[in-house]
Design a protein around this ligand. Structure first.
Ligand SMILES: NC(=O)c1ccc[n+]([C@@H]2O[C@H](COP(=O)([O-])OP(=O)(O)OC[C@H]3O[C@@H](n4cnc5c(N)ncnc54)[C@H](OP(=O)(O)O)[C@@H]3O)[C@@H](O)[C@H]2O)c1
Length: 262
C-alpha cells in the first residue's frame, strides 16, 4: 500500500528519542519531510543525523520547550518556513511524574496541564492555518493506555490523557469540513526511557528487581511482551497518512492486548 506521504511535511513534537523519534523516523522512511523537536540541541542534532542517514529524507530540528507558548509558536513557524507548510502533526510530550492523588501538589497539576494538554492545544492551533491552506491534514495525539483504563500511581497521566481524548473527539467534528483528521493513540508498555524509568521506580518502591517488574507486566499482556517504538510508529504513520481517509475521532491502543476493556 502506498501511504501517500512522499513530500508531505510533518511536525513531530517531543521527538529526540522514544515514541516521537520512532514516528519521525517512520514518516521520513515514507518520504515525508520532517521537523523534530525537543529541549536538547545535542540530542536533536544527533537524531537528525541518524534519521537522515537511515532514510535519505529531509529532516531538520528546532529546540522548543513545550511548556512555553512562545516556543511552540516558534516551532510551528520554523517547520512552515523550512518546508513550506505543515500537513501532519504528531502531538507528543514527556510524561508527567508518577504518583497518587495525595502525592501531587497544585504545582504538579499545573505543570502537567501545560505540558500534557495545553501543548497539544497550542500546537493544533498553530498548525491549523497551514493545514487549512493546504486543503487538509492529519493529527495524531500520543497519549496512553490510560485513555481506556487508569494506571495505578499515575493520577496526572490518567486525568490529562482523558482530556486529550475528549479534545480530539470534539475536534474530529469541528475539523472534518477542513479535511483534517485527528486521532489519539494510547501506548501500552513500549520499550523507551519513559517505561524504563517507571519500571525502575516501581522496582525500588516494591524492593524487587526491575526484571521482575518487567516480567510481571509482560505476563499481563496477551502478546507476552512489551512493544517496540517501531511497532508503535508504524501504527501512527498509517493514521497520519493520506491513505487514512476515513478514520477520525478515534482513541485506539497499541498495547499488545493489555487493556481488557471493550
Ligand atoms: N513508553 C511507553 O510505554 C508509554 C506508555 C504510555 C504513555 N507514554 C507516553 O508517551 C509519551 C512519549 O513517551 P516516550 O516513552 O517516548 O518518552 P521518552 O522516551 O521519555 O521521550 C520523551 C520525549 O519528550 C521530550 N520532552 C520532554 N519534555 C519536554 C518538553 N517540556 N518540551 C519538549 N520536549 C520535551 C524529550 O526530549 P528532551 O528531554 O530532550 O526535551 C523526549 O524526546 C509520554 O507522554 C509518555 O508518558 C509512553
Amino acid at each position: 500500500m502506498d501511504l501517500g506521504l512522499e513530500g508531505k511535511v510533518a511536525l513531530v513534537a517531543a521527538s529526540s528519542q522514544g515514541l516521537g523519534r520512532a514516528i519521525a523516523e517512520e514518516l521520513a522512511a515514507e518520504g515525508a519531510r520532517v521537523m523534530i523537536s525537543g529541549r536538547s540541541e545535542e540530542k536533536l542534532a544527533r537524531a537528525v543525523g541518524e534519521i537522515r542517514r537511515s532514510t535519505g529524507s529531509e529532516v531538520d530540528h528546532r529546540v522548543a520547550d513545550l511548556t512555553r507558548a512562545g516556543e511552540i509558536e516558534g516551532l510551528v513557524a520554523a517547520a512552515a518556513e523550512r518546508f513550506g507548510g505543515v500537513d501532519v502533526l504528531v502531538n507528543n510530550a514527556g510524561g508527567p511524574p508518577a504518583g497518587g492523588f495525595d502525592e501531587v501538589s497544585d504545582e504538579d497539576w499545573a505543570a502537567a496541564f501545560e505540558l500534557n494538554l495545553m501543548s497539544f492545544v497550542r500546537l493544533i492551533r498553530g498548525v491549523l492555518p497551514h493545514m487549512r491552506a493546504r486543503g487538509g491534514g492529519r493529527i495524531v495525539n500520543v497519549a496512553s493506555s490510560s485513555i481506556k483504563q487508569p494506571i495505578e500511581n499515575l493520577i496526572l497521566s490518567n486525568t490529562l490523557r482523558a482530556g486529550i481524548a475528549g479534545l480530539a473527539k470534539s475536534l474530529a467534528s469541528e475539523l472534518a469540513p477542513d479535511g483534517v483528521l485527528i486521532n489519539t493513540l494510547g501506548p501500552g508498555r513500549i520499550l523507551t526511557d519513559r517505561s524504563g524509568a517507571l519500571d525502575a521506580a516501581r522496582a525500588e518502591a516494591l524492593d524487587i528487581p526491575v526484571e521482575q517488574v518487567r516480567s510481571e507486566f509482560a505476563a499481563g499482556i496477551p502478546l507476552g511482551r512489551y512493544g517496540t517504538p517501531e511497532e508503535f510508529a508504524r501504527f501512527a504513520v498509517f493514521l497520519l497518512s493520506p491513505a487514512n481517509s476515513y478514520v477520525t475521532g478515534q482513541a485506539v491502543l497499541a498495547d499488545g492486548g493489555m487493556v481488557r476493556a471493550l
